[in-house]
Design a protein around this ligand. Sequence first.
Ligand code: ATP
Length: 319
Amino acid sequence: MKKIALLTSGGDSPGMNAAIRAVVRKAIYHDIEVFGVKNGFAGLIEDDIQKMSLGDVGDIIHRGGTILYTARCEEFKEVEGQQQAISNLKARGIEGLIVIGGDGSLRGAQKLENMGFPVAGIPGTIDNDVAGTDFTIGFDTALNTVVQAVDKVRDTATSHDRTYVIEVMGRESGDLALWAGVAAGAETIIVPESSYNMQDIIDRLNRGRDRGKRHSIIIIAEGAGTAPEMARLLKEKMNIETRMTVLGHIQRGGSPTAFDRVLASRLGGSAVEQLLEGISGQMEGILNNELARTSFSYVFSGNHRFNDMMYKLSQELSI
Ligand code: ATP
């Protein structure tokens, strides 16, 4: 293989740039030409593809976002779009593609693979909702952003004797809420993977109040409900005023943590190796701190495992 391309797709996540850097440097080290595709699959269809050099990825390892930009592209979901993408790649003599993105982007990658074009996948999303890897690129940075925000809210919650509801991202995955809740010592964590009992939440808040606790933090993943809904329920059932914070897109930005930079570098390097070894059709991941490859079909047949033991622990620690 002498020419490969790479793209970032779906929602951006901190560490994508570190993965781009690793792919470009590793490929050039092995005398392979690398082409960057702008705006995800849209750039493949529109032939927005440019050769990359070592210098193009200098000074980006610490930057959030993605220098290749990212987009969502409905046209690519159609066979015609996928055929156009392959035809544009082949016209340049490109023999393999690396896709960095979340679950949807990896499904797009699988479509090209099924049509006979070699593709390697790298999981990049703050949601950590991809099967076949313990961590996705960007999760650790988003987690640290949430924890810093909760710590700040906690200061003011204590000063004012208040209950705060903090809504975090995670439409289908509660990992961000769970890990942030444990790290920041939240009283209650609400996730899409587990139903919640309002009476338990009320009892927990009352126990805290009885022992003189001046603040309470409830973290809710967006897929399990909204902060305004939870605040309304607390007002209705306990007659208490709560304050709400919806963290929103700040969770997607910022300089990647050391963990995400290292993860992105390892997965990026291994994706190039995958194509060089003539394998393809695999997502790079990390399982028990070892690099691990999982076929796209397995990634989509399984669910990312929610850590029930940690969820139980979070409840035990916030009695
Ligand atoms: P995030 O986790 O941040 O939402 P994602 O990669 O899951 O990221 P999606 O919007 O689901 O984001 O997918 C990104 C793009 O991947 C889509 O806009 C589309 O171009 C492509 N894609 C998604 N699903 C498919 C599919 N089933 N077939 C072909 N392409 C797809």
